[in-house]
Design a protein around this ligand. Structure first.
Ligand code: MG
Length: 261
């Protein structure tokens, strides 16, 4: 099993980066692993922590229509260059946390995606340099209010609601390019999305290089690499799982957004 890098919170509110062991104990690191965090003597027992999203990005840079069959289902051609948008850092939630269905939308979709975690500051990188700045891989759900995306003509509101970026549950350092990405709803064993990572149009090194010509990527930043075909709606009460071979699975459920919160 590949090493799993997590971020956790203890009951007294301390946040740590660590290594998840097979027995679910956590070896605490003294810094984020991409900042050369080293193992300490501290260990956490399974009932003494809660899993957080595995990093705390300053920004999430996402890519639209990066699988040809998804561009086709949206009735649009594959872009000739990566199509970038941002999700605010406040969209991030961990695995097993609720996605809040906002009252402004009547159509909220899942988008299962491979997420890249940046390890080093990255400016004007070539694809070759960019590959060395990708510290690891995790799973994301680029939750989208599809009706608002169409109505607004740009994507800030549709992609930007609180809880609209489930991320995790952990980071691995290596990924097989042929790994399968699948999305499941509720108890249905048949996936609603299923694709291979290497079917994406612009691969991770090209995306990170392209983004780095525009904005500086900082350690802990996240790049969402786009979703394959099969996007569709979720309802309040639904459970959604995004699974990537060699990483694991990201599980979330939908609740009504409480206007009082
Ligand atoms: Mg997406």
């Amino acid at each position: 099993m590949a090493q799993r890098y997590v971020r956790v919170q203890t009951a007294d509110g301390q946040v740590y980066y660590g290594l998840l062991q097979i027995d679910r104990q956590i070896h605490i690191l003294d810094a984020p692993p991409w900042m050369k965090g080293q193992p300490t003597d501290l260990e956490l027992a399974p009932d003494n922590y809660q899993i957080l999203a595995p990093c705390a990005p300053s920004k999430i840079v996402a890519v639209g229509k990066n699988y040809a069959n998804h561009a086709a289902e949206m009735g649009t051609p594959v872009p000739t260059e990566p199509l970038l948008f941002l999700k605010p850092s406040t969209t991030v939630i961990p695995s097993d946390a609720p996605i809040q269905y906002p009252p402004q939308s009547k159509r909220v979709d899942y988008e299962g995606e491979l997420a890249l975690v940046i390890g080093d500051r990255c400016v004007n990188c070539t694809p070759q340099q960019a590959q060395t700045r990708i510290w690891g891989y995790t799973i994301a759900n680029d939750v989208t209010a599809r009706d608002l995306q169409k109505r607004d003509g740009q994507w800030t509101r549709a992609k930007g609601f609180d809880t609209f970026c489930p991320l995790g549950p952990w980071i691995v350092r290596e990924l097989n390019p042929g790994a399968k990405l699948q999305t499941f709803l509720n108890n249905d064993p048949k996936p609603v999305q299923s694709a291979l990572i290497h079917e994406m149009v612009f691969p991770p090194d090209v995306l990170v290089s392209y983004i780095s010509q525009v904005m500086t990527l900082l350690p802990g930043d996240v790049v969402l690499t786009g979703t394959p075909e099969g996007v569709g709606p979720m309802q309040v009460g639904d459970r959604v799982r995004v699974a990537i071979e060699g990483i694991g699975h990201l599980d979330n459920f939908l609740i009504t957004r409480d206007a009082e919160a």
